[in-house]
Design a binder for this molecule. Structure first.
Ligand code: ZN
Length: 147
């Protein structure tokens, strides 16, 4: 009876492909050394993230650079859109909630509050892709250390 489900999946796929083809906030981060590079060898994804802070300590901008599959690229793009204005503590909470969904510890519906990011909730069904989706988030976690 649930005719909405396939259409919803298509919508989510469209969001992911759009962010893969036109990643938001992607820029050249070759000035960052290789210690900031995060990799997912099982898929070949690699990413760097740079976070710019406002004088009050909130996040002004998050940029990413790298190459990878549609899921890892879209995840970085979607993540970067949601960060401006957050405090480091809020960003850490945000990461924890997203990772909990990816690990199956929280229902995918939790992501509904995060706009287009909900598109990544379907990744839970594909264990091999979970690492792709999580890569940017672990990279961001590293950027927030000590903040
Ligand atoms: Zn991947």
């Amino acid at each position: 009876m649930n005719h909405a489900t396939p259409a919803l999946d298509n919508l989510y796929m469209e969001i992911i492909l759009d962010h893969y083809k036109h990643p938001r906030n992607r820029t050249d981060l070759s000035h960052l050394d290789d210690s900031t590079l995060h990799e997912n060898p099982s898929c070949g994804d690699s990413i760097k993230i740079e976070v710019i802070f406002n004088p009050d300590g909130t996040i002004r901008d998050a940029r990413h650079d790298g190459h990878g599959c549609a899921i890892s690229t879209a995840s970085a793009s979607l993540l970067s859109e949601r960060l401006p204005g957050k405090t480091p503590a809020e960003a850490r909470q945000f990461i924890a909630e997203f990772i909990a969904v990816l690990r199956g510890e929280a229902p995918p519906e939790r992501l509904d509050a995060f706009g287009d990011l909900a598109a990544l909730g379907g990744v839970v069904k594909f264990p091999l892709r979970v690492k792709c989706a999580a890569l940017a988030w672990h990279a961001l976690e590293k950027c927030l250390e000590g903040k």
